[in-house]
Design a protein around this ligand. Structure first.
Ligand SMILES: [Zn+2]
Length: 108
């Protein structure tokens, strides 16, 4: 993406999804780029692989569940101690919220 996104756009994200809107946007861009592969996905939990943007060939493991608790093995998430979820988690979480949030099962 060229340049910075308009502030109004970032604020719109933050109204719908709590937390830093820039991270949600970066997660959305990962989805759009096809960087996210869902390995396990149902209404209770999700396991996914997210390709690194900065290091080709590097893949991060993201897990999450309805009960809470999202993990990613990237440096951003590890160093922040889970206080602010990384863009990889947010990319996967957006899919999870969109589908599991409506109670839709995707496993057949
Ligand atoms: Zn991450």
């Amino acid at each position: 993406m060229q340049g910075r996104p308009p502030r109004a756009f970032i604020r719109a994200f933050e109204k719908v999804l709590p937390g830093d809107g820039r991270r949600w946007l970066r997660g959305l861009l990962l989805l759009e780029a096809g960087a996210v592969a869902l390995r396990e996905f149902d209404t209770a939990h999700v396991v996914a692989e997210v390709m690194s943007e900065s290091e080709p060939g590097l893949i991060y493991d993201v897990t999450g569940s309805r009960a809470g608790g999202w993990e990613c093995n990237c440096m951003d998430h590890q160093t922040r101690g889970g206080r602010e979820q990384c863009k990889h988690i947010r990319a996967v979480k957006m899919v999870y919220l969109a589908v599991a949030g409506k109670g839709v099962k995707t496993d057949g």
